[in-house]
Write a protein that binds this ligand. Structure first.
Ligand code: TRP
Length: 450
């Protein structure tokens, strides 16, 4: 191993630190901004059902696979696939696909994360204090249409992410242990308030009564794609996190914790916003704005609502930050090892290039007509979440299923896990997950329709 590889590595302080760091990566805008809005767009129930099934039969086995590959390979994503496959050309391409996904996702994710910074700041200043629910949509529209503000917040968020990846994540590991539970608690409280004021029956109906006839090939793909996105799978984020993990920690129980907490927060986020939408018959200008438009109703009515709103958006920004770190880290450690450059240079270089691509998304919500027509943000999200992540995840599961030997895999599990859970897990990872994802993709491209 070269010295640069050693230099790029860290290690988790404790098991709980590791799980929380993974939960930090998983819980982010995907849960609080994206899940509620795509579920709303896809008509609820049946979509949620496909999503939940995908989490259990596809997501969970693949989290374990990624962490296992990471800990076994113990390098950056690209060289891990290269070396574990003994320099096989095809598997080297998988590393490239992973890096491509990280690149694309981070570029637009940082733009949306920037919106939470503005909402934090404007809540604090009291801008929303007298705003009605009818005014909140146009306010959002004007904000995302303001190019300079978009670039300012996008740059701020990329900058903070770059700074942390450069300086190391030690402080973050500590902060996560306090701030993530706080976010969970806040989301829970706000959801209770929504249910208390507007009732929950419509929301429950919407989320859990599955009318399977509503499912289209596209909505199935989106549900499966989102299960990858929300668990940070399909691009090697968990491979990197796993490579920092000490031998002997239990991968399967860690995976179960991560998937459960992540799903709980996503569902609670729906309970936070849907009752307001249904209860006030709110007309959404675009469903992707709901995180920013619905909640103003609550925050205004509460004593000290400004402060509550500000704390809430700040916590969401923090959750987004722990996710952006996990998107930038694989790119940085790859560039360090590949071009033999220092962490500083690598971070600077990667941050600037990703920032540049992000500018197109930042300007695509009304600021510049050329980008607006292309709707760069939505398209990049669609491309990465529904194509490159599922394909990456499918290949990672085939890699873990067939390229790693049984002994290699067993050696990464505790003796209990190796004896009792390994056979089922290995079956899922070899056949069930990849074949299901493949069928979903074939279905999407119309192979099964006449
Ligand atoms: N899971 C995060 C969220 O839900 C986003 C994210 C972070 C991600 N790292 C990732 C998505 C890696 C895919 C791959 O907000």
């Amino acid at each position: 191993m070269s010295s640069t590889i050693k230099e790029s590595k860290g290690e988790w302080g404790s098991k709980i630190g590791f799980i929380l760091a993974c939960v930090g990566s998983a819980v982010g805008l995907g849960n609080i901004w994206k899940f509620p809005y795509i579920t709303y767009e896809n008509g609820g129930g049946a979509f949620v059902l496909v999503y939940l099934v995908a989490i259990v039969v596809v997501g969970l086995p693949i989290i374990v696979a990624e962490m296992m590959i990471g800990r076994h390979g113990n390098q950056n994503v690209y060289t891990t696939f290269r070396d574990l496959s003994k320099n096989n050309k095809f598997w080297k391409l998988l590393g490239v696909l992973c890096l491509f996904s990280a690149f694309v996702i981070l570029s637009y994710y940082s733009v949306v994360a920037g919106w939470t910074l503005d909402y934090f700041w404007q809540s604090l200043r009291g801008e929303f204090a007298s705003m009605s629910i009818e005014q909140s949509g146009p306010r959002f529209g004007a904000f995302v249409g303001n190019g300079w503000k978009q670039i300012f917040y996008h740059s701020s968020f990329m900058g903070i992410t770059g700074l942390i990846v450069w300086k190391g994540t030690k402080g973050i590991e500590k902060a996560v242990t306090i701030l993530l539970p706080m976010l969970g608690f806040f989301v829970f409280l706000i959801a209770c308030l929504s249910i208390y004021k507007y009732g929950s029956s419509e929301t429950v109906n919407f989320l859990f009564s599955s009318d399977l006839s509503k499912l289209t090939p596209r909505s199935i793909l989106e549900a499966v794609g989102h299960s990858f996105f929300t668990l940070s799978l399909g691009m090697g984020a968990m491979v990197i996190y796993g490579s920092y993990l000490k031998k002997g920690e239990r991968l399967i129980s860690a995976g179960i914790w991560i998937a459960t907490l992540d799903t709980l927060i996503a569902l609670m986020a729906c309970f936070m916003m849907y009752p307001i939408i249904f209860g006030t018959k709110m007309a959404l200008s675009s469903s992707s704005s709901m995180l920013f438009t619905t909640l103003s109703v609550h925050f205004n009515a509460l004593p000290g609502g400004n402060i509550v709103g500000a704390i809430f958006y700040l916590l969401v920004a923090f959750a987004a930050l722990t996710s952006t770190i996990s998107l930038l880290e694989p790119v940085v450690s790859f560039a360090m090892d590949t071009f033999n450059i220092s962490r500083n240079k690598s971070t600077l270089f990667s941050t600037v290039i990703i920032w540049l691509l992000g500018v197109a998304s930042a300007l695509s919500n009304g600021a510049v007509k050329f980008f607006t027509d292309l709707d760069v943000l939505t398209r990049l999200d669609y491309l990465a979440s529904n194509w490159t992540l599922p394909v990456g995840g499918m290949l990672i599961s085939i890699f873990c299923g067939f390229v790693l030997s049984a002994d290699e895999k067993r050696s990464e599990l505790s003796s209990f896990e190796a004896r009792v859970i390994y056979p089922t897990w290995n079956f899922l990872i070899r056949y069930v997950s990849p074949i299901l994802v493949f069928i979903v993709i074939l279905n999407m491209i119309g192979v099964f329709s006449k």
